[in-house]
Design a protein around this ligand. Structure first.
Ligand code: BTN
Length: 265
């Protein structure tokens, strides 16, 4: 395993002038980033919280996210985009295209996005993205965009083995996490200037492997009310448009989606 341990100095070298806070061990970088953002109204958009290890990392829909020390990239970026609440899905688009742009020079078209927020390599999840807005009354405050990339997390023998993977497993060679971080932050900052740009939606759409595939949609965490159909499109609001066999079209805003495996002809 390469010695690419994070220290404050090594991160300062990788991130240049970008404001950041680094912790060896936190509950969740999301919580520290939210507290930082709310306690400092002058903190510029793009400030980062980075941790080597999370003891209570969060995923979507109340799931936990595993960040063992030295094996992943776990960061939360504080953003102050000019968005109305209906446009919040753009934050997931921003995170997704930034991660895809970071990984694709290493892995080419093995990288794909799965609606709504997963980054896959050869069909297995390598990265998850979590966007959490803060609210001051009914006014939206800063947004905390969390990104977790499995760099060398070992899933062998775990129940996640068939669904999750790590960058080094897929590449078959070591990855330097500082380089990865610097590239990712560059793409995030670049796209964060363009959250209103229609190109963001177009580029995101281009990476989505969900489109044109049969999917099972799970609107509820307990698996109830699931339905199957063709994932026809995503609209500009980030919703997935699914055509049921009955011809009915449904607009799915929040759900888990599984691709239906179709046997080769
Ligand atoms: C998901 O796929 O459900 C989203 C996972 C998001 C994980 C990242 S790791 C950094 C940040 N801190 C957290 O607690 N979660 C996000």
């Amino acid at each position: 395993m390469p010695d690419d341990r994070f220290t404050y100095d090594s991160l300062r070298r990788a991130l240049g002038q970008q404001p950041f806070r680094f912790y060896e061990r936190v509950t969740s970088t999301q919580d520290l980033a939210r507290d930082w953002a709310l306690s400092d109204p002058d903190l510029p958009s793009g400030a980062l919280v980075i941790a080597e290890e999370q003891t209570a990392g969060r995923g979507r829909q109340g799931r936990t996210w595993h960040t063992p020390p030295g094996a992943a990239l776990a960061l939360s970026m504080i953003l102050r985009p000019h968005l109305v609440p209906d446009q919040l899905p753009r934050m997931i688009m921003l995170g997704s295209v930034a991660v895809a742009a970071t990984l694709s020079p290493l892995l080419g078209d093995a990288v794909a996005l799965k609606w709504p927020n997963d980054v896959l390599i050869r069909g297995r999840k390598v990265c998850g993205i979590l966007s959490e807005a803060t609210w001051e009354g009914d006014r939206m405050g800063p947004i905390v965009l969390g990104i977790g990339i499995n760099v060398r997390v070992d899933f062998a023998g775990t129940e996640l083995e068939s669904r999750a993977t790590s960058l080094e497993t897929e590449l078959g060679q070591p990855v330097d996490r500082h380089t990865l971080l610097a590239n990712l932050v560059g793409h995030l900052l670049n796209w964060s200037q363009r959250v209103q740009d229609p190109m963001l939606v177009e580029v995101w759409r281009g990476w989505l492997k969900t489109l044109g595939r049969r999917v099972t949609v799970y609107p509820q965490l307990d698996g109830s009310a699931a339905f199957e159909g063709l994932a026809e499109a995503v609209d500009d609001g980030g919703a997935l448009i699914v055509r049921l066999d009955s011809g009915e079209q449904r607009r799915v805003i929040a759900a888990d989606v599984a691709l239906v495996e179709t046997p080769d002809p």
